[in-house]
Design a protein around this ligand. Structure first.
Ligand SMILES: [Zn+2]
Length: 371
């Protein structure tokens, strides 16, 4: 069994544990950007044979290009974002995941409901040609549900992945699991990680711990979906499920490009699937002052709408004349206010976008001159 020696560093900022090559330790925490220069370091070794690693297929320059493009988007992204954001040397990171593979057996009992249209005869009172009142039978139809008890057993194979780092918020974990699930077949040896000086995020929990914390709920969803797919009829009730499972877990490293950047004291993250540049997720700062300026444009519109509404309402008590005036004058007034506020909003947002785009163009030019 081959083992690979690594340095393990604990970020003093967010406590995440990362592992990296001894010869070129990671300089900044990928999650919060804190310098790892004085961080607690320990020598660890990992068993290379037990791990499966998916290689990067998106390169660093593609990542940077997509990141900058993404930073430019959004209506209320701050104009100075490129100047103010310090994007640390973006690093490739390997996030730890467990792949669970196995079989579950379940049995269930329920009542399955079948929709049926039934016909029935109703007697209605009506007047005939001669003006006499009589009761006539009329055939009508109605929807009804027939309930029948059902029970069944099933045995199904499953395979899925779960993130094994506790530091990721749930929506990031979902993104990482989706990305990793699609790349299950292309695994390579661990040496590739070290060859490219990437950072590895430590497996902080055992396979059993992750199973209890996250995988069990996922598997339960799979069991319920399978059963509902097999349930006969159009509805069901009183569903009772008994189930057990047998599975094995294996450790996987899936590659991601990650940039974390602080803006006004808040840390923002951008994460891209290392195997597919079209799959990324991030959160951007919002220029609150710009948003407030745009919101203020619509203030006169709200005031005018309220004014005409009150005039129109009082008109109901005064021969409707003020109501008619409110309809004839108020609606065009409100439309005119809305259009002019909207025009001004679009002007402001376009100016903001143009400022950002020219900043990006300047940055690209500098890069080209430097490179
Ligand atoms: Zn950190």
């Amino acid at each position: 069994m081959s083992t690979i020696p690594l340095t393990e560093l604990q970020c003093p900022g967010c406590n995440v544990q990362v592992q990296c090559s001894i010869s070129s330790p990671t300089e900044h925490c990928p999650f919060c950007g804190t310098s790892l220069a004085g961080a607690d370091a320990a020598e660890v070794s990992i068993e290379a044979d037990s791990l499966q690693v998916v290689p990067f297929s998106v390169d660093a320059s593609t990542f940077k290009e997509e990141l900058l493009k993404w930073l430019m988007e959004g209506d209320y992204t701050p104009n100075d974002i490129l100047g103010r954001v310090f994007i640390q040397e973006h690093i490739g990171i390997y996030l730890p995941l467990y792949r669970y593979q196995g079989t579950f057996e379940s049995s269930f009992t329920a009542h399955a409901g079948f929709d049926r249209v039934e016909q029935f005869v109703e007697h209605v009172v009506c007047t005939n040609d001669r003006g006499q009142i009589q009761r006539m039978p009329v055939t009508r139809s109605r929807k009804t549900i027939d309930w029948r008890p059902v029970s069944s057993k099933l045995r199904t194979d499953f395979a899925f992945v779960c993130t094994a780092g506790q530091r990721l918020p749930a929506h990031w974990s979902d993104f990482c699991e989706e990305a990793s699930a699609e790349q299950a077949s292309s695994r390579v040896p661990l040496d590739l990680i070290l060859a490219h000086e990437n950072t590895i995020v430590t497996f902080e929990q055992t396979g059993e711990e992750v199973f209890d914390a996250r995988a069990k709920a996922k598997l339960w969803d799979i069991v319920q979906t399978e059963i509902k797919n097999r349930m006969p009829g159009d509805h069901h009730k009183d569903l009772d499920i008994q189930w057990s499972q047998e599975s094995t877990s294996s450790q996987i490293y899936h590659p991601f490009w990650m940039a974390s950047f602080p803006y006004n004291g808040v840390i923002y993250l951008f994460l891209m699937d290392g195997c597919d540049e079209t799959k990324f997720r991030g959160n951007r700062p919002v220029d609150m002052a710009l948003r407030a300026r745009v919101d203020a444009l619509f203030q006169p519109l709200q005031t005018a709408a309220m004014f005409w509404l009150i005039i129109g309402f009082f008109g109901l008590f005064f021969a409707l004349i003020p109501t008619i005036a409110a309809l004839l004058l108020g609606i065009p007034h409100i439309l005119w206010l809305y259009n002019s506020a909207n025009r001004e909003k679009n002007d402001i947002l376009t100016r903001s976008r143009t400022t950002r785009e020219s900043a990006l163009a300047r940055l690209k030019k500098q890069d080209e001159e430097a490179g």
